[in-house]
Design a protein around this ligand. Sequence first.
Ligand code: ATP
Ligand code: ZN
Length: 286
Amino acid sequence: MNKKIRIAVQKSGRLQEQSVKLLKECGLAFSNGPNRLKAETFNFPAEILFLRDDDIPQYVEDKVADIGIVGENVFIEKQKQVDLVQRLDFSKCRLAIAVSKDKQYDGPSSLEGKKIATSYPNIVNKFLKEKNINAEIHEISGSVEIAPGIGLADAICDIVSTGSTLLSNGLKEVETVMRSEAVLIANNSLDNEIQELLEKLIFRIKAVNTAKNNKYLLLNSPNESIEAITKVLPGMKSPTVTPLQQEGWSSLHSVVNENEFWAIIDQLKALGAQGILVVPIEKMII
Ligand code: ATP
Ligand code: ZN
């Protein structure tokens, strides 16, 4: 019987939707109704396990799941014997230290002898060690941001994306401890068959994520501008050039990074480009 790769994803929470979306974009078809613990994929030998994200590193170490999607912060905090095999480019956030907005803060030394509430004791410990600070870590599992307000701690270390939660709790961010994004982790002794499935999946993830950052660009160019336009296009290779019905004009097709595209748009127009189309790419193999 052919083996299936067991993929752990968060059961509910901030990683869930995008983890499922990514796997689906990679061509894995499965249904993920609420309260499901497991889902079979129809067209790829895989099984999806829906678990609490904090438990995923342990399950992957124990090979209950072969691979899993977690926040890098959880991967680092849990210190399990698992490999980070692919960064996934979503759920970007940072772990930051915050204090009451009316407290003075003059750098890490202001934390000396203080109490820091966090769900990430290992990460905070490492940070304090690096800065040579002695502080007491108070581990709590949720609602960390209310700790200073109720007198439980002087500072917190928690996940921040926009900072609005901190603000509404009267806190200010004072140190970035680490940056994080969703990552794919894997057991470090997978058998060959499963390893091959993992490599197939990583190949697809790269194709999906590369496509997200790139756009397919089409434009019409007067023939005398083709060379100049080609020079400013940050394409994968040289653009495809096809003559238009209209004498002296050609159509140029290329793949460009979306951010770079905005930087050259004025140059393209100045060189006489017309009818510029920017189209999303679904998958991109490079
Ligand atoms: P619990 O498991 O107890 O529900 P949690 O903090 O572990 O709480 P989520 O809030 O679902 O679970 O967060 C899961 C992961 O998503 C975090 O570990 C982090 O990597 C990422 N994350 C959390 N908050 C944000 C955010 N505001 N923006 C982007 N990514 C975030
Ligand atoms: Zn969690």
